[in-house]
Design a protein around this ligand. Structure first.
Ligand code: ADP
Ligand code: MG
Length: 335
């Protein structure tokens, strides 16, 4: 059997089966946005790692090194945000082609440090790579002992909230790949920036945890349907989304209409926005609204959790057919 036959998530399940169950002091092992380690009565350690490979995640000539540095740190900080943790230190490992200009790395580092909000780079590794640039980042964070936002903590009857955009990054990528014709330069730059410099929702994640507003969150890295599907699967519940509640930016609407496309396709399936998706019990909604106003954070309710399984999407009260959840999978053949 080939890896492409089972896909990325099938492969991770096989690895997970070999890894066995996590046991104390590992509170969360494989399967969430980050792992959680019990280190004593006050805090726990939250760790995540992600890799970017030239030719898979980026093309060296079509992304500025600054943006690449920014994005490779941002995607890891986003997983820390999805746990409600505070980032504490980062590690950066490179596989580098020897003929690369050193200035490229200087600029990469400027972008890497810009998004970190002061998180110190505390180590890493540097090796040569004959077949392109490989970037591996690890971020370690902390959260109060026994408390973290988990993918498996959702319960039926909660409202599903979204903090941050969805679809803009995929729309920006479609411009970069020449799949869509841009309408205006400003809108195009906005969408491309969403793709190249996604903003991890670290502050929102921490607030949700510290104020006890939510127990359950994921960051939208692979597409809204797929990532909400992860919450449903892990929490053993279903979800209903109202399409018209999902906020769309003006540039995505304009690009879609100019190209005869449905912007919700990007919003539901596009990845790499790194928004935060979380669930809130009815009794915590007032507190959430107060916090959003006070902290000037934009988040919107987009649906609800229900008993059952799978994600159903409604438009003006009628269910729409979405097909398989179809977000990004590294090994599945693209149609
Ligand atoms: P995310 O999109 O949040 O980075 P992934 O979908 O990449 O999460 O990974 C899902 C889970 O599988 C995570 O807990 C991750 O740590 C784990 N995982 C992925 N690849 C491996 C691997 N090679 N070995 C062990 N765990 C892995
Ligand atoms: Mg994640």
């Amino acid at each position: 059997m080939k890896i492409k036959d089972i896909g990325e998530f099938g492969l991770i399940e096989r690895i997970h089966a070999k890894a066995g169950r996590s046991s104390y002091p590992v509170v969360i092992g494989i399967g969430d946005d980050a792992s959680v380690l019990d280190v004593g009565p006050r805090n726990q350690i939250v760790t995540t790692t992600d890799m970017l490979v030239e030719g898979v995640h980026f093309l060296r000539d079509s992304i500025e090194p600054f943006d690449l540095g920014f994005k490779s740190h941002a995607v890891n900080l986003s997983d820390i945000a999805a746990m409600g943790a505070a980032p504490a230190q980062s590690f950066l490992s490179f596989g580098l082609p020897p003929d690369m200009e050193v200035e490229t790395i200087d600029t990469f580092m400027d972008g890497f440090m810009e998004v970190g909000e002061g998180v110190p780079l505390s180590g890493g590794d540097t090796v040569s790579s004959p077949h392109g640039w490989i970037i591996s980042v690890t971020v370690i964070g902390t959260s109060p002992a026994g408390r973290v936002l988990r993918r498996d903590s959702g319960v039926p009857g909660e409202t599903i909230w979204l903090c941050g955009p969805v679809g803009d990054s995929a729309a920006g990528l479609s411009i970069l790949l020449g799949q869509t014709t841009k309408v205006d330069e400003q809108g195009a730059q906005f969408l491309i920036k969403s793709h190249n410099r996604p903003l991890p929702q670290v502050r929102m994640g921490r607030i949700l945890l510290e104020a006890g507003i939510s127990n359950c969150a994921i960051d939208v890295s692979d597409g809204l349907l797929q990532d909400l599907g992860h919450i449903c699967k892990r929490s053993k519940l279903g979800a209903e989304l109202e399409l018209e509640s999902i906020p769309l930016s003006s540039p995505i609407k304009e690009l879609a209409s100019a190209n005869g496309l449905d912007p919700y396709r990007w919003a539901l399936r596009g990845g790499e926005d790194y928004s935060l998706l979380f669930t809130v019990k009815p009794e915590n909604e007032k507190k959430l609204l107060r916090v959003l106003e006070k902290e000037e954070i934009a988040a919107v309710p987009i649906g609800r959790t229900v008993p059952g399984k799978g994600v159903r999407v409604f438009r003006d009260g009628s269910e729409v057919e979405t097909g398989p959840d179809g977000g990004f999978d590294h090994f599945r053949e693209r149609p």
